[in-house]
Design a protein around this ligand. Structure first.
Ligand SMILES: C[S@@+](CC[C@H](N)C(=O)[O-])C[C@H]1O[C@@H](n2cnc3c(N)ncnc32)[C@H](O)[C@@H]1O
Length: 240
């Protein structure tokens, strides 16, 4: 199993930015993998995320939250050593614009990291996660939340290749070693099924889709889908 240290253990985090950080889940990955950092900023547009983030990192003054829009980052050009986005590109209509903003605020020679779940080349048990995600995206979209289905690996790689990063490395993170039919999985997922089924009220076809998916968790089983991590550095030839 590839660890955060295998991926970012050779970097000094310096001043790092996690775009669309939510409650800061990906910052735990940074803390596990980076040998050192001076400051980590998590940026998100949600005030609810701000509260959850503040609670999680209350005892870490070098980790702070900034409320803002990933499509128009308010930071200076070339002001970060590491810029990341995790599990969020599919929450934007124009992901290339977010990546362009991330590249702008990254200093030449600094590292850009994209972590994103993919929907293809998955085992049957991982496909349960992919289909669940598609269902969540459909219900979120009903209430005006931008939430697309996750990308095919090739589309994601093409998007990152467009950034012309140097030394681009790709890692496919998947762990299918756990029991896919462990009853604890449904214990965790049931409140989620309940919440999304309620949110789909007035849409019987979406509710029926949820019932089928719950059945699939029981009969086929569940493993998390593969996360692709892309890491490369901004060319010194770039000023923006
Ligand atoms: C699925 S969450 C991912 C959170 C976190 N990165 C993680 O790995 O768990 C997607 C996040 O994108 C944020 N988001 C959506 N649109 C945004 C925007 N325009 N600017 C900043 N954040 C945004 C949402 O508020 C949400 O917290």
């Amino acid at each position: 199993m590839i660890t955060p240290k295998d991926i970012i253990g050779h970097l000094h985090g310096g001043r790092a930015l996690d775009v669309a950080t939510g409650s800061g889940s990906f910052i735990h990955f940074l803390l596990e993998g980076l040998p050192a950092y001076t400051e980590i900023i998590g940026l998100d547009a949600s005030e609810r995320a701000a509260a959850a983030f503040a609670k999680t990192f209350a005892d870490r003054p070098a980790i702070r939250f900034v409320l803002g829009d990933a499509m128009a980052l308010s930071f200076e050009t070339s002001s970060f050593d590491l810029v990341c986005i995790a599990n969020s590109l599919h929450h934007f209509d124009e992901p290339a614009m977010v990546l362009a903003q991330m590249l702008r605020v990254l200093r030449p020679g600094g590292y850009l990291l994209v972590a994103e779940m993919v929907c293809d080349r998955q085992t049957e048990t991982q496909l349960t996660h992919v289909y669940l995600h598609h269902w969540w995206a459909a219900i979120d979209s009903l209430s005006g939340i931008t939430h697309h289905e996750t990308y095919q690996r090739e589309a994601l790689v093409a998007m990152v290749k467009d950034l012309e990063l140097e030394g681009l490395a790709l890692y496919d993170l998947a762990d299918t070693s756990e029991d896919p039919k462990d009853p604890a999985i449904l214990t965790q997922l049931d409140p989620v099924f309940e919440r999304y089924t309620q949110r789909a009220s007035g849409h019987p076809e979406l509710q029926a889709w949820g019932t089928k998916l719950r059945e699939r968790v029981l009969t086929t089983g569940f493993h998390s889908a593969t996360t692709l991590i892309a890491l490369g550095s901004k060319s010194h030839a770039r000023t923006e």
